[in-house]
Design a protein around this ligand. Structure first.
Ligand code: UD1
Ligand code: CA
Length: 459
């Protein structure tokens, strides 16, 4: 492609059937707004100009979507796709080709768009079409006896014979920009919907002897749009299935490709195993031989080689070392770093803490704002009391400390290297290295004490 490429994304429509206050193209697919998917696929084609036509929802779109490369064109009233594209024209390079995409058609592949642009060349028109078993609702591709495209007729304007045509307009069209400007200016809204149809430019091209080619996607899902929450959910499954196929193709063992959700990017080493119903958000990196149990949620996490994460574990903004054992039912919160061979067990919450090599927090504990050394054993039910209701303080637990069960460590506090804390202690001052520290009331027995007995009823 030598002539400059303009890409216009039509996104001014309301999306009535979404029944939502959020503009349709801001609804997320795989954790990212529909429009971002379309922008990302547009950018791969390296357009000279990238323009989004917006309207419904006002400034919500330009506010939600970042990008210095985007020219925003306001279509104040939604008078049809032709009128929408007209609003973009002042932002474009006049001497190139213009590719029209829809903000609610998120899964078109790069090779399909490149094929379409190839068919258009520098001076022709090309329409991405697809044959559907049920074409209802779409614009139909009308061809002459020689098979050449003559025009597109919308469902509401189509004759009974035309309604039987099953080749439809996907809406994705490439056209020479200079001619497009003139055609758009000539559109009328004298049709069943009273709209300015972009599709009417096809007949104009044919009348002027401009060749109109067609290209087709490899997969039907590439041209599926979102008009309802059900269609959004269906496209989500297609996206996720494709993502799972790619991972499996790279050697990742995915127990059920239909039960994987990646909302961001998941990168995996060799011999990674992922059990069912896991959700990966943001950037997640799993090293070689990592195993993720069923029903885990990982967001912006790096997991090093050989670590096993057992079912129902939730990890967010954390770095997990090699050969760790985590879960089942662990929660690891932002700012946490586990060194290698750490064990975090069931019903344990770790927040903003460093846990050293070979250290264990196996049962029912809260470790927050703590620096834990190597080979530390934190007994069941231990709590770092890191918050006094106003400020947060750190707990420091040095190497080879043993914390007895049901201990509270009232921060700021330091437990010295090799110290032992007796079970049930409330530690409010620093505990010296190498010693046993214990704070617990002495056990008492009241001899001969009687349990109260229930009084008989009615007295
Ligand atoms: C349009 C095509 C139809 C095609 C179908 C594919 C026309 C006249 N018809 O139909 O041939 O089969 O798409 O889905 O082009 N939009 C605006 N401003 C407007 C109207 C629409 O920005 O004034 C945007 C919408 O946000 C959407 C896209 O254009 O992203 C298509 O609009 P939609 O109403 O879905 O198109 P249809 O009329 O159904
Ligand atoms: Ca539509």
């Amino acid at each position: 492609m030598t002539s400059p490429l303009n890409i216009v994304i039509l996104a001014a429509g309301k999306g009535t059937r979404m029944h939502s206050d959020l503009p349709k193209v801001l609804h997320p697919l795989a954790g990212k707004p529909l429009l971002e998917h379309v922008l990302d696929m547009a950018r791969v084609l390296k357009p000279a100009k990238l323009c989004v036509v917006y309207g419904y929802g006002g400034d919500a779109l330009p506010q939600a979507i970042q990008g210095d490369d985007i020219a925003w064109a306001l279509q104040a009233e939604q008078l049809g796709t032709g009128h929408a594209l007209q609003q973009a024209m002042p932002h474009l390079d006049t001497n190139g080709v213009t590719l029209v995409l829809y903000g609610d058609v998120p899964l078109t592949r790069q090779d399909t768009l490149q094929r379409l642009l190839g068919h258009a060349g520098s001076d022709g028109m090309a329409v991405l079409t697809v044959a559907l078993s049920d074409p209802t609702g779409y614009g139909r591709i009308v061809r002459d006896n020689a098979g050449r495209v003559t025009r597109i007729v919308e469902q509401k304007d189509a004759s009974d014979v035309e309604k039987k045509i099953n080749e439809v307009n996907t809406g994705i069209i490439a056209a020479p920009t200079e001619k497009l400007v003139r055609w758009l200016a000539q559109l009328s809204n004298n049709n069943a919907q009273g709209e300015y149809y972009l599709t009417d430019t096809i007949a104009m091209a044919v009348a002027q002897g401009v060749p109109v080619a067609t290209a087709h996607p490899h997969h039907e899902w590439e041209v599926l749009g979102v008009n309802s929450k059900l269609q959004l959910a269906e496209l989500e499954r297609i996206y996720q299935r494709n993502y799972a196929s790619t991972l499996a193709g790279l050697g990742v063992t995915i127990m059920d490709p239909a039960r994987l959700d990646v909302r961001g990017a998941l990168s995996c080493g060799r011999d990674v195993v992922i059990d069912v119903n896991c959700v990966f958000e943001g950037q997640v990196t799993l090293g070689d031989n990592v195993a993720i149990g069923a029903n885990c949620v990982l967001k912006n996490v790096t997991v090093a080689t050989g670590t096993r994460i057992q079912p129902f574990t939730h990890i967010e903004e954390a770095q997990i070392g090699a050969d760790c054992r985590i879960g089942p039912f662990s929660r690891i919160r932002p700012g946490t770093a586990l060194a290698s061979d750490a064990h975090i067990g069931n019903f344990v919450e770790i927040k903003n803490s460093q846990i050293g090599t070979g250290s264990k927090v196996n049962h029912l504990s809260y470790v927050g704002d703590a620096t834990v050394g190597n080979k530390v054993n934190i007994g069941a039910g231990t709590i770092t009391c890191n918050y006094d209701g106003a400020n947060k303080y750190r707990t420091v637990i040095e190497d080879e400390v043993f914390i007895g069960s049901a201990t509270q460590l009232v921060a700021p506090v330091t437990v010295g290297r090799g110290a032992t804390i007796g079970a049930g202690s409330t530690i409010t001052r620093d505990a010296p290295a190498g010693e046993l520290t214990i704070s617990r009331i002495k056990q008492l027995t009241i001899a001969g004490w009687q349990r109260p007995v229930k009084k008989p009823k009615g007295e």
